[in-house]
Design a protein around this ligand. Structure first.
Ligand code: SAH
Length: 263
């Protein structure tokens, strides 16, 4: 009888390998092949035992290394040949990660699959920059939106519903359109003084975070020469980073100790 494969759509978390779930780690260590996205950190790829095949199908914003249709084809062919496949995606597979699109394709081809959630970048970046997504008295609601749109198209969002001063707004893929995003939010009534943060390479040793009022957040990002991946967090909760930013502090202390030892 023909063996049928199985696909695990697995979230790799935002970067720090220790934020992988135990389930994700077990699957990575027992798969036949791992098909992974560019956002998956090298620290995590190092956890895959030698002998397990890896296929990179990396994507960068606006630049697709392997088109989605081809990714689907690779996965379907591997599954039909009876392999156990881990389809590894940055963060959570089903938050701006096309995990559900790939699952629908698998379903259509009668290939069994499971979905293993991961820590999404919003959770990782907020925790590691001391910005809680909710906080009593500051935020009652969280919205995750994408700031990425196809070239030359206006940002087609319902700004009135998004611009809520009692809500935390998290923008994935928002770097390229940040000036337009900030302008639209302010035009829809979000005060220019609303605290905003941009977190680059969140949860990794190279994490960098800039904080400024919404009206100046793009200038701050430009000045810091930030590059993707960057997460934008907007809302009163950002003001707590002043007191809660434990991670940057621990990196600074480690650098200081290493320098002290080195001298
Ligand atoms: N499925 C992923 C998101 C993919 S969209 C998840 O759940 O996290 C890619 C966007 O996520 C990036 O453009 C950036 O906005 C954000 N992102 C992912 N990892 C990040 C990181 N380590 N630091 C900052 N932003 C990150």
């Amino acid at each position: 009888m023909k063996k049928t494969g199985f696909v695990s759509l697995v979230g790799a978390g935002p970067g720090d390998a220790e934020l992988l779930t135990i389930k994700a780690l077990r699957l990575l260590q027992t798969a036949d092949v791992v098909v992974y996205d560019r956002l998956v950190s090298s620290e995590i790829l190092e956890l895959i035992p030698t002998g397990i095949s890896r296929i990179a199908v990396g994507k960068t914003s606006g630049h697709h290394c392997v088109p989605q249709l081809q990714i689907n084809e690779i996965i379907i062919n591997l599954a039909k040949s009876g392999r156990r496949i881990v389809r590894l995606k940055g963060g959570d597979p089903c938050i701006f990660g096309r995990g559900s699109e790939e699952a629908l394709v698998l379903k259509k081809h009668h290939i069994n699959f499971e979905i293993v959630p991961g820590i999404t970048a919003a959770s990782g970046c907020s925790a590691y920059s001391g910005i809680p997504l909710t906080h009593r008295g500051l935020s009652r609601r969280v919205q995750f939106i994408t700031g990425h749109f196809n070239d030359d198209q206006p940002l087609d969002l319902n700004w009135q519903s998004i611009a809520d001063p009692d809500c935390t707004l998290v923008i994935y893929m928002g770097l390229a359109n940040l000036p337009q995003l900030a302008r639209s939010l302010m035009a829809a009534g979000l005060p220019a003084s609303t605290p905003a943060a941009a977190v680059q390479n969140g949860t990794t040793i190279s994490q960098q975070c800039v904080i400024s009022p919404l009206a100046q957040i793009n200038d701050a990002v430009q000045q810091a020469q930030m590059k993707a991946p960057v997460m934008i967090i907007i809302g009163k909760v950002v003001s707590l980073a002043d007191e809660l930013d434990w991670f940057q502090q621990s990196i600074n202390e480690e650098c200081y100790e290493n320098n002290a030892v080195g001298h």
